[in-house]
Design a protein around this ligand. Structure first.
Ligand SMILES: [Fe+2]
Length: 117
């Protein structure tokens, strides 16, 4: 399950609510990978936020100038512009699930930098 939400507390609470009922709960939305991955004794893998795939020199993947204008000058009509650059951050998780009972065995965080040149 991908839980797209802002508050970490809501994601952690949901992981307890669904513990043992699903193979994995992976949080998204903040674009910043958390370091709280775990597999419960009932076989549910969890991480509060998997992170993002996007340009490193950015505001969580958005063009820095546009993002700053939104914050500093309330120029919200600028919309969202994806950042451009030659180095990307690639975040992901690998989850090993036992096919026989759909229980997770392992969750591993991945955080790589990729240069485009
Ligand atoms: Fe979002």
């Amino acid at each position: 399950m991908d839980l797209h939400a802002e508050a970490t507390s809501e994601k952690v609470a949901m992981s307890h609510f669904l513990d043992g009922k699903i193979s994995a709960l992976v949080g998204t939305h903040t674009h910043v990978q958390t370091a709280d991955e775990r597999v419960s004794s009932l076989g549910t893998a969890y991480i509060s936020d998997v992170g993002m795939c996007g340009i490193k020199n950015s505001v969580i993947g958005l063009d820095t100038e546009v993002a700053l204008n939104r914050f500093l000058n309330k120029e919200e009509n600028l919309g969202f512009k994806i950042a451009e650059g030659d180095e990307a951050r690639v975040n992901a998780v690998l989850i090993e699930v036992d096919e026989s009972d759909a229980k997770s065995k392992k969750i591993i965080r991945l955080q790589e930098s990729v240069l485009f040149s």
